[in-house]
Design a protein around this ligand. Structure first.
Ligand code: FAQ
Length: 319
């Protein structure tokens, strides 16, 4: 084939791909896609899957100290859901040609990122409320958008995940509301957890649009349908009235409702802190990575036993 024919073939494939995206069709694993689209999705999806798995750690910290059996079983169910979310997203990401083992290796060797939010410590029981309400709340805002993204396996995984995150969000808010109806000490504990998780939850939605190098490309392919700042505003607008309804004070002196724009205006985000956390220097980065590496090592015998069992079964079925 001549070079100009190859070039025109490639241009035609690319224009078919862009047309499908413009028409709102999904791209499926066996469809042709630009290499850059595949790489960007793999980056996002693997980071997302890692976040679900690392995200189990701050809550896992409180499982043995939950204040009642009921609270403990709800928290356990929530943490198990997060493991399931990790699995759906790893499976979705594998359709882009990288195995789960490789992705996990990238996490454990520090080559892949996971969400900044999980590098903060969970210091008291109210943190379980704050995480469910705020962290899952911010995740829902982001994931409701991703449920309509252009890559089919990612979008479909998000539909189910969002349903489960809604339960997580409500259980977190219910813990906070319950504490706010309690003693003065319980109210102070809830306010303290809110103060510590508010700003990191806002940062979790990513850098401001002017410092978000990936957004324009991802939006042109409808992987992202809204920008980081749009999602952040949406999260703030829906969360502030919830805080006020249960008597919590938002830790932002500049927070103000603007009746013209019908949005809350808010104070300066500490982007230095965000940049420190995503470059490995947050309060718990080293601890989280150690916990993940230890968990991976401690689970090695289970993986080996499962593989040996599968090989034995395959051999006996073949005989
Ligand atoms: N943390 O150009 P952008 C959950 C990085 S799931 C760490 O704006 P992009 C459920 C970014 O990777 C939470 N790094 O990037 C749960 C890039 O660096 P790179 C996770 C961050 O991709 C709840 C650089 O900064 N959700 O919580 C963060 O357009 C409770 C420049 O940024 C997802 O992953 C960050 N927060 O937008 C589980 C959703 N933000 O990779 C357990 C899918 C930015 O070029 C308990 N991901 N960076 O080296 C996304 O929607 C996007 O990837 C963003 C970032 C919005 C995270």
């Amino acid at each position: 084939m001549e070079l100009h024919e190859m070039n025109s073939d490639a241009a035609e494939r690319e224009s078919r791909f862009l047309k499908r995206i413009a028409e709102g069709q999904t791209i499926e694993p066996k469809d042709w896609m630009p290499e850059r689209y595949r790489k960007q999705l793999l980056r996002m999806m693997s980071q997302h899957a890692h976040s679900e798995v690392v995200g189990m750690l701050p809550e896992g910290n409180w499982l043995t100290r939950a204040p009642s059996l009921m609270r403990k079983s709800v928290l356990l169910a929530k943490i198990q859901d997060e493991a399931g979310h990790g699995l759906y997203i790893y499976s979705g990401a594998e359709t882009l040609g990288t195995s789960r083992e490789e992705m996990i290796d990238q996490l454990l060797t520090g080559k892949a990122k996971y969400s900044s939010i999980f590098n903060y410590p969970s210091l008291n029981w109210a943190d379980m409320g704050a995480i469910g309400w705020l962290v899952d709340g911010a995740a829902i805002v982001n994931q409701t958008m991703l449920a309509k993204c252009s890559y089919g396996p990612y979008a479909r995984a998000m539909v189910r995940i969002c349903k489960e995150e809604n339960f997580h969000n409500k259980q977190g808010y219910q813990i906070m509301a319950h504490l706010m109806r309690g003693t003065k000490e319980q109210q102070e504990m809830a306010q303290d957890a809110f103060n510590r998780w508010w700003w990191p939850s806002i940062m979790m939605l990513g850098p401001s649009d002017k410092n978000s190098p990936n957004s324009a490309e991802l939006m042109s392919w409808k992987v992202k349908l809204q920008s980081n700042d749009e999602l952040r505003q949406r999260f703030i607008d829906r969360t502030v009235p919830q805080a006020e309804a249960i008597g919590l004070t938002v830790p932002d002196e500049k927070l103000k409702w603007n009746p013209q724009t019908r949005h809350y205006e808010f104070g300066e985000i500490n982007w230095d802190e965000f940049n420190q956390v995503i470059s490995g220097n947050g309060p718990c980065n080293r601890l989280r990575m150690k916990q993940r590496r230890d968990a991976h090592e401690n689970g090695r015998w289970v993986r080996e036993a499962a593989l040996a069992h599968a090989a034995k079964r395959a051999k006996s079925e073949a005989a």
